[in-house]
Every structure is written in C-alpha cells, then in structure tokens.
Design a binder for this molecule. Structure first.
Ligand SMILES: C[S@@+](CC[C@H](N)C(=O)[O-])C[C@H]1O[C@@H](n2cnc3c(N)ncnc32)[C@H](O)[C@@H]1O
Length: 233
C-alpha cells in the first residue's frame, strides 16, 4: 500500500467511495494509486501539463499494479476532462490563481462533478473569494499541518448559489475556522501574525507610506488577535 504524506492522506479522507476520480496536476500519482488501492475509486483519470510528471505517475501505477485502472492524460487543467466523467476532481499542490483559472476556463466541467477538492499552495484567500463569488458551496475547509507546513483543503460543490463576498478573516483562516482543532488553529494564527507584523514593519519603513495597505494590515492583525483571545476563553 502506498504511504501518503499527511496532506494527501487528509485529502483521501475527504473522499467517500465513487466510480471515478480525476487528479489534475498529478505529478507522482501517489494519491490516485492510494485511492484505487483502498477501493475509494474504481477508476482514476490522472493528468499533468508536463510529460515527465505524467511518466512518473505511470511508473507509480506500474509499481503498484494499478495501470489498467488509470487513464493518463497530458494537458492543461480541466481541459483534459469530458463534462461529468469524474465524480470527484482533485486539484492539489498548485498555486491558487492557477486553480481559479482552471475553474474559470471550464465551468461546465467543474459543475458536473459531485464535488472538487482544492488544495492551493498560495493565494488561498483568492481561492475562497473566487468560490463564493462563483456559486460554489463550501462543504469542508480544513487546516492540516505536515512537518512545519500548514495546508488548506477545501471541498466544494458547484451549485450556482447567489454570489457572495467573504470577510477578511474567513478568507485568511478558513470559512469553517471555528471547526478547526483549537491548538492547530492557534498555531497557524501565531504564524500568520508573525508574517503580518513583518509586513507591517516593512510598510512603516517604506519611504512612501501606503496608508491604505497599512490600515488593512492593522485590521487583519487585530482580527487575528481577537480570534486568539476567543480561542483562549
Ligand atoms: C507540486 S505538483 C503537485 C502534485 C500533486 N498534485 C500533489 O499535490 O502532491 C504540481 C503539478 O502540477 C502540474 N501542473 C502545473 N500546471 C498545470 C496545468 N496547467 N495543468 C495541469 N497540471 C499542471 C505540474 O507539472 C506538477 O506536476
């Protein structure tokens, strides 16, 4: 059985048994092989925009005897899929803006999946903003720590909900932040506060003070400090 790192294992745990999954930007192919081994899916479509990672995934599949259950596709984002052929679409380990661009350029394909699991590496707030502005229902928004890194796993369904905005706090620490284990959330916020204080110092030292950016930064720090207080009650 493939041994997954915590980040990928947490994604796997979000997926109930389905007929077909698609792993977009698969690289090593570990997650789809694991999902086949555990019987979570019967078939896995795996894609990558680059041939080398796709070959890597094929090797992982061969090593574990899963090649016949996998469909290897070279291509960009969701363009490799036909609408409705994958019940679950996983897009993990990529930048948030790239993930948004996949959803934006193939809305029909996103809509026809039962749900999508997104794990952006950067621009995480922008992904949450995009999802709420574009009719997605957020089913789970989970914080995971692996070694010294925090990851955000967002499980969504396209339901054509009315577009809504998102508060700064929810965009930063997650739509379901109150559901996170308090110690983990506290640790994450302490990390964020450290980054925000560094940003604030940079803004204050800058020759041309950007008052708007400074106010925004101070507001975010205040909100994060309030959550820390709330967590201690
Ligand atoms: C850091 S790896 C993540 C691998 C795996 N999904 C994970 O989470 O461990 C990112 C992969 O996305 C692929 N990728 C980058 N841009 C892509 C695109 N436009 N469409 C499909 N795959 C892409 C890269 O080639 C690379 O293999």
């Amino acid at each position: 059985m493939v041994k997954l790192p915590v980040r990928l294992e947490s994604i796997a745990n979000m997926i109930p048994p389905v007929s077909t999954i698609a792993d977009i930007g698969t690289d090593h192919g570990l997650l789809p092989v694991y999902l086949l081994q555990t019987g979570t899916t019967k078939k896995a479509i795996v894609s990558d925009v680059n041939p080398r990672p796709l070959e890597k995934a094929r090797k992982t599949a061969q090593l574990h005897g899963m090649e016949s259950a996998m469909d290897f596709r070279l291509g960009d984002g969701l363009q490799v899929l036909e609408p409705g052929e994958a019940k679950v679409i996983i897009i993990a380990g990529m930048g948030g803006l790239l993930i948004n661009s996949f959803l934006y350029s193939c809305p029909q394909k996103a809509r026809n999946a039962d749900y999508l699991i997104l794990q952006p590496m950067q621009a995480i707030s922008e992904v949450r903003e995009y999802l709420l502005a574009n009719g997605y229902r957020v089913l789970e928004d989970q914080l995971v720590k692996e070694k010294n890194h925090f990851y955000h796993l967002i499980k969504v369904k396209q339901e054509e909900l009315p577009a809504t905005g998102i508060g700064t706090l929810e965009a930063m620490i997650g739509i379901q932040w109150k559901k996170q284990p308090p110690e983990l959330l506290r640790e994450y916020i302490v990390r964020l506060l450290d980054q925000m204080e560094t940003k604030k110092d940079g803004l204050l030292k800058s020759n041309s003070l950007n008052q708007r950016a400074l106010s925004r930064c101070e507001k975010q720090i205040k909100q994060l400090e309030e959550v820390i207080e709330w967590l201690q009650v």
